[in-house]
Structure formats: C-alpha cells, structure tokens
Design a protein around this ligand. Structure first.
Ligand code: NAX
Length: 325
C-alpha cells in the first residue's frame, strides 16, 4: 500500500482552506493518497469540523484520513507538506509593526513546532500574508530543517501574469513559458516578461513597452485589490489553486525547458541579499529547486527588482527588531 502524503493545512476553516482542501483531496498533487491535518485556532474548530464533514461527503477515493486540531505539534507531527495559510489579517487600526508582530507570534510558534515534529522530508509553503516574511520567520525558528524546505507563495502572481499575457496575445496559457515574478508578494513585486516565451517567440516581440508599464504590471500587482473591490472579499479559489500548483510543481518538478516563480531563501543570486525569502525564477526536480542562473537583467528590470527586494530587507529589519528572528 502507498503511504499517504501527510499534509498539514493551517487556516483550514478560512476562505482559501475551503477551496484548497478539496483540491488536495481530489488529486491536485497527483495520484498519491493524502491524509489531511486541519489546524485552526480554537474558536474556529467547529467550522473546521463542518469543512471536514463536507470532505467526507465528497467520498474522495484518495482521501485516507482527516484530523482536526488547534495544536500545531499534532498537526505537523510527521508531516510531509505544511501549507501555512492561516494568518492574522490587517485591520484598519493596525500599523505595519502590529501586523508583523501578530503574524510573528503565529509563525515563530509554527516554525518551532515544525522543527520539533515534522517529517524528515517536510516542505513548508507559506500562503498567509505577509507571506515572504512569515516564511522567513518560520524558517529562522526551525534551525534543524534545511532552509531550502521553506518557500512563500508567489505562484498566484505568476499565474495572474501568465493569464494577462495570454489574454493580450490571444494565446492559450499552455503556450507561454518562462514567466518570472521577482521579489515580494506585495504591490512592489515585479512580473518580468523579458525572458517569457509565447508559442516559441519572445514575449517582448508581441507586446510593447507602454502596455507593459501602464497595463500589464499594474494589473498583475493590483489584482488582489481589484478582486476585493469586485467580490467583497479577497482572492480565495485562485489563491488555493496557486497553492496547489506551487506544491505540485515543488514535489513533482517543473516542465522541461520551463520554470516557475517561488519565493525561496536567497543565496545571493541576482543581487538579492542572502537569507531573504524573495521570489525568483525557479526550476524544480525530485522535490528540490534551483534558481535559474545567468539570466540577463536589463536596467528596467533591475530597478524594479531592487525596489521589491529593498521592501523585503526592511521587513527583515523590522522582524529582527521585534526579536522574531
Ligand atoms: P480567512 O480569514 O478566511 O482565513 C484565515 C483562517 O486562518 C481563519 O479561519 C483563522 O481562524 C485561521 N488562523 C488564524 N490564525 C491561525 C493560527 N495561528 N493557526 C491556524 N489557523 C489560524 O483568510 P483567507 O482568505 O483564507 O486568507 C488566508 C491568508 O492568505 C491571508 O493571510 C491572506 O492575506 C493570504 N493570501 C495570500 C495570497 C498569496 O498569494 N500569497 C493570496 C490570497 C490571500 O490574500
């Protein structure tokens, strides 16, 4: 019998959880059975129970078990994959420092619990915002887990960029490769078309600079806000879908000749200070990843990457000052 993939999902009773869990249980990561551990805060446990009831009612052939808990150590015990979705949202009265501090409390504790009890092959993907810095906090609080096992989600930004380019060029998404998101999962992120290929042709031959600057980049960077305005709540199904895409590619590998975008711990590549969790073009294979080397970065890209990376460096300084790392 195949051992099920043990997946811990935090924030399981939230909006993203409500979409993500069903994708995981229905084969989103492949045909290996899955055991789901739903981690929630105590008041949300009844809601998580309701989600679990619906998961049961789907009679998914690949779903081998569900556990619901408010204890991180129980959820992460022996886990192969931890999808850290639950986070403290920013409310109107909160400063940026308050937000980092509230999330710091969550991600220090979860990093320590992962360090103590997760499986040897654990991979940790952080979706909860501020995703890059939350991933940094968790990673720094899990000194026994190799740093390359931590990543933050920029796949939603990557998918948004693919979709906008597909719409503009009238090309199926499947015909587009080598899209890159650099930097932070925030409005400073940079969706780089310089290396993107559309049906075998460089994307830059098909779209012009004014479109990139005045439509493409702002649309991708501000898409989350546009969705909140239209829907009345933040992206959920697309965020869940991107989380599944990111986990699947991490575990199973990117397509030959292509790459994806993942925020990973920098080794200093492309001038991104070592240790920051920043988005890069990344190829994955056998559960590992490497930053695509030697891409040419022009002045336009350089300035935008630097702005986003500077924001990440500021966030790192802030969480250091708060004693979170
Ligand atoms: P919801 O508020 O619907 O759900 C969050 C859930 O997390 C709640 O049920 C809450 O009880 C739970 N939670 C809070 N603290 C927890 C803890 N310590 N342990 C376990 N569970 C905990 O938010 P949702 O819309 O699901 O979004 C979740 C997170 O994803 C937010 O931080 C959001 O900002 C972030 N996003 C990240 C995206 C990305 O691309 N990286 C895009 C979508 C989304 O904005």
């Amino acid at each position: 019998m195949v051992t099920p993939l043990r997946i811990a999902v935090t924030g399981a009773a939230g909006q993203i959880g409500y979409s993500l869990l069903f994708r995981l249980a229905s084969g989103g990561l492949g045909d290996r059975p899955v055991e789901l551990r739903l981690l929630e805060v105590t008041p949300a446990l009844p809601k998580a129970e309701g989600v679990a009831m619906e998961l049961v009612d789907c009679a998914f052939p690949l779903l081998s078990g569900i556990d619901i808990t408010d204890d991180a150590r129980r959820a992460f015990d022996g886990a192969d994959l931890a999808l850290l979705v639950g986070a403290r949202p920013r409310t109107a009265e909160m400063t940026r420092g308050d937000l980092l501090s509230a999330n710091g409390a969550i991600f220090t504790a979860q990093g320590q619990a992962l360090n103590d009890v997760a499986g040897d092959d654990i991979r940790v993907l952080v979706t909860g915002n501020p995703a890059n810095t939350n991933a940094l906090i968790a990673q720094q609080n899990a000194p026994d887990i190799p740093a390359e096992r931590f990543s933050a989600l920029t796949r939603l930004d990557h998918n948004r960029a693919l979709a906008q380019l597909a719409l503009k060029t009238g090309t199926p998404v499947s015909e587009i490769s080598r899209m890159t998101i650099w930097g932070n999962h925030s409005a400073t992120q940079y969706a780089d078309l310089s290396h993107a290929v559309v049906s075998g042709r460089p994307a830059l031959e098909l779209v012009d600079r004014p479109w990139i600057e005045s439509e493409f980049l702002p649309t991708v960077a501000n898409r989350g806000t546009a969705i909140i305005e239209a829907r009345g709540s933040s992206s959920a199904a697309s965020a869940a879908s991107a989380t599944v895409d990111a986990a699947r590619d991490w575990l199973n590998g990117t397509a030959e000749g292509d790459w994806t975008s993942m925020a990973v711990v920098s080794d200093g590549s492309y001038g991104v200070p070592e240790g920051l969790v920043s988005s890069f073009p990344v190829q994955t294979e056998n559960g590992g990843w490497r930053i695509v080397p030697d891409l040419e970065i022009d002045g336009f890209s350089r300035a935008r990457i630097d702005t986003s990376v500077a924001e990440l460096a500021d966030e790192r300084t802030a969480v250091r000052k708060l004693g979170l790392i």
